[in-house]
Design a protein around this ligand. Structure first.
Ligand SMILES: [Fe+2]
Length: 183
């Protein structure tokens, strides 16, 4: 199995005591493995899709309750503004470069949400970022005119999340989105 080394490292990190320690540990291991060039992904993880970024399950630990998902981004592909369903996540760039824009939720009324962008991070190969709820809102976008590949470690399995669609008054409307894996 080409990801044995990664799984051993992730297993050790997710056994740490709390979310802050776990995400810091996972981030360190992801960066180490990617920098070392030790992550060899099977070919199917490299295939982009024409209708949006591809999302494929790399590994799931039933014993420790985490999952590893590879996303493959063609030029111009991006997520909408979204949350992470209350699940911690660490995201690392395996190939290419990503723009990551973090958002703060600043107001929530019955059916409208107001966000403020917290600046954009240009994430290069080997850099990883942590998302710890309630700070779990962001947009990811492929930053280059070639495909990019990212690896996402979730503290669970994210089967749905919310996306936030801009409305005319500058606020956002929340919609539930079911997530699936591509083949
Ligand atoms: Fe995300």
């Amino acid at each position: 199995m080409v990801i044995t080394d990664l799984v051993e490292r992730l297993d050790a990190a997710v056994k740490l005591r709390d979310t802050g320690a776990i995400t810091a540990g996972v981030k360190r291991e992801l960066e180490t493995v990617i920098h070392a060039g030790a992550l060899t992904l099977p070919d199917r993880f490299r295939r982009t899709r024409p209708d949006g970024y591809a999302r494929r399950l790399l590994y799931r630990s039933d014993a420790l309750g985490y999952s590893a998902v590879v996303m493959t981004w063609a030029p111009g592909q991006r997520t909408p503004l979204h949350d992470h369903a209350g699940i911690w996540c660490v995201e690392g760039v395996v190939e290419g470069r990503m723009d990551v824009t973090q958002y703060d939720l600043v107001e929530e009324t019955s059916d409208r949400y107001r966000f403020e962008a917290r600046g954009c991070v240009h994430a290069a190969v080997g850099s990883a970022g942590c998302l710890i709820p309630p700070f779990e809102y962001h947009i990811l976008a492929n930053a280059i005119d070639r495909p990019s590949i990212t690896l996402h470690i979730y503290g669970g399995e994210m089967t749905s999340c919310h996306v936030f669609e801009p409305s005319d008054d500058g606020r956002y409307v929340r919609k539930e989105r079911t997530l699936h894996y591509d083949d």
